[in-house]
Design a protein around this ligand. Sequence first.
Ligand code: GTP
Ligand code: MG
Length: 344
Amino acid sequence: MKFLDEAKVYVRSGDGGNGCVSFRREKFIEFGGPNGGDGGKGGDVIVEAVDGLNTLIDYRYQQHFRAKNGHAGMGKDRHGASGADVVLKVPAGTQVYEEEGKTLLADLTQVGQRAVVARGGNGGFGNAHFKSSTNRAPRHANPGQPGEELTIRLRLKLIADAGIIGLPNAGKSTFLAAVSAAKPKIADYPFTTLHPQLGVVEIDGREFVLADIPGLIEGAHEGTGLGDRFLGHVERCRVLLHIVDGTIADAGLAYKTVRAELEAYGQGLADKPEVVALNKADALTPEQLKQQSTRLKGAAERKPLVVSAVTGAGVADVLRALSRIIDRDRARATTAARAWHPHS
Ligand SMILES: Nc1nc2c(ncn2[C@@H]2O[C@H](COP(=O)(O)OP(=O)(O)OP(=O)(O)O)[C@@H](O)[C@H]2O)c(=O)[nH]1
Ligand SMILES: [Mg+2]
């Protein structure tokens, strides 16, 4: 299933800085003691779940991440500075696996959660550390410890915010392709889409994930066509985009057919907020458009948005309507989560 976003990245934590061998050398002080400082710790590689990210797309472009090395210790008991950490920002819901993808290293389910995936090497002790009653002038220091290097696999199970439903050939995939970088297969025959597709949509500076699923036909809940099993992928969506083809005989009937399948499927799908769009407006005469719009309005009990997925007309209004509902729902979900975890 294409509902997974994956990235493989190479990470390396910083080496620890070396400890220093040094002795006090001052006028009038004979046999100055050891004063070599410790090396600083190497930086860690950290993966952190942050707000406002939906995909792992950034990791397609940058795949190497190194934390900084710790600095070496110096004379006069000066310790080396620690190396800076490097933080990989990922969306909540990202899992970190070792290279083979079998061992789970971290599961970042909530914004703010962090996990160290490669620990920086410890700095070496300087010779001041080794001073003792029996050895007042130690001439050795420890080297810093090397950092760790490994390849990790980031995995994000994308959860669509909005799901497109409609009869086969309605233009669902065309719509997804028009508003995102997704490249679904589009063709002039039913059941072109055999697997759900996802795209990330941006409108007015906000992002959301839109899913395109195979078309539904009458009897889908009994297995007709591709059946309704793909509806499982939109069960967790915050809103549905119902696309109706304006070039078919009766747009109102098309709407009702799909709604009946939603009802039959259950799982609360029929109760989700819905944005209704009459598509292929470019292929209709003004009279046809008016007629179909009226039929659809009668069936949906609200005025549909009119669009053309091919020319792009009206598409932005649909995205805004979806985005508004999604934002409202996200805000509600956040409030509910706070009430549930009052101290997080
Ligand atoms: N004129 C016109 N044609 C469109 C428009 N949107 C889609 N089409 C055409 O309608 C046909 C079906 O489009 P798809 O996007 O594959 O339809 P779908 O709903 O994804 O179909 P399935 O995956 O089979 O369920 C293609 O030939 C598209 O070019 C539109 O706005 N105007
Ligand atoms: Mg399709």
